[in-house]
Ligand binder design. Structure first.
Ligand code: PAF
Length: 281
């Protein structure tokens, strides 16, 4: 396993692998790896001859007052995990390598980024799509792997790839959860023990919603009201949004019909957590 910091060096490695007929898989991350990332890496390993995991805390996707500075960074421990999981390369560029002096180009997916996380984090998705487009251009992977936990991000990246005819297959892998149901996230490390316990309300509520839909509930506003009531009953939780949307345009729906994303963002103290389920009826 090798840690590469320069784009030119990474390109040379990719070129060499391709000359041996290897498929190239990319797992973009911001590091501080957990089981969710490792599941993406395992899938990438199984499907490609060269597996690259990028680690880059992308300043473009953090807003003013957000946690860019505090975001957990631990390249040493990440490297041990990638090595153990059989990943071949960690690409860990500096900010200057990715955004040199005079940088001026951005990728913006419209409409799909207006609601949900885009409403409370206005420039977030522009930062995500810009860095992911750059990573795709640098690596030109055959396959790229993202987690379902960031459901809106996954839909936005899939749309970018489709709209810009990027020649990469995007794989969205199921959310990996702790034994008690909390979705794995690097930001879980910010939670106090009490907040950590309180955060279980997210998945517990989503499970109940899933049961209600299986039981025939189709009224989106009734489901939304139920989620708000349940989560508000937890004193440490402050709702940012609860949204029930289609998975094409990410627009609110009135009826549960077809493929529907039920997504929420909730603050516990200073930590903002997201979670979601997709239902298909
Ligand atoms: O999901 C993440 O960790 C980031 O948003 C991503 C896709 C690596 C882009 O910085």
């Amino acid at each position: 396993m090798e840690i590469i910091r320069e784009i030119s060096m990474l390109r040379a490695r990719v070129k060499e692998a391709r000359s041996h007929g290897k498929l190239v898989g990319l797992v973009p991350t911001m590091g501080c790896l957990h089981q969710g990332h490792l599941a993406l890496l395992a899938k990438a390993r199984a499907e490609n001859g060269l597996t690259i995991l990028s680690i880059f805390v992308n300043p473009l996707q953090f807003g003013v007052g957000e946690d860019y500075e505090e975001y957990p960074r631990d390249l040493e421990s990440d490297a041990v995990q990638v090595e153990k999981a059989g990943g071949h390369i960690i690409f860990a560029p500096t900010v200057k390598e990715m955004y040199p002096q005079g940088y001026a180009t951005y990728v913006d997916v419209e409409r799909l980024t207006a609601g949900l996380c885009g409403a409370s984090r206005p420039h977030h998705f522009r930062g995500v799509t810009t860095v992911v487009a750059k990573l795709f251009n640098i690596v030109i992977p055959d396959n790229a792997y993202f987690g379902q936990k960031d459901a809106q991000q996954a839909l936005v990246i899939q749309r970018m790839v489709r709209d810009l005819n990027m020649n990469v297959l995007v794989h969205i892998m199921p959310t990996v959860r702790e034994a008690d149901g909390l979705a794995m996230s690097s930001r879980n490390s910010y939670l106090s023990p009490a907040e950590r316990r309180a955060a279980l309300i997210l998945f517990q509520t989503l499970l109940q919603v899933s049961e209600k839909i299986q039981g025939g509930q189709r009224d989106a506003s009734a489901i939304q009201a139920f989620i708000v009531k349940e989560i508000s009953s937890e004193p440490l939780a402050t709702i940012d949004y609860v949204s029930i949307v289609d998975t094409e345009e990410i627009r609110p729906v009135k009826k549960i019909s077809g493929r529907i994303l039920i997504a929420l963002a909730v603050r516990f103290g200073k930590t903002r957590l997201i979670d979601n389920i997709i239902v298909e009826v």
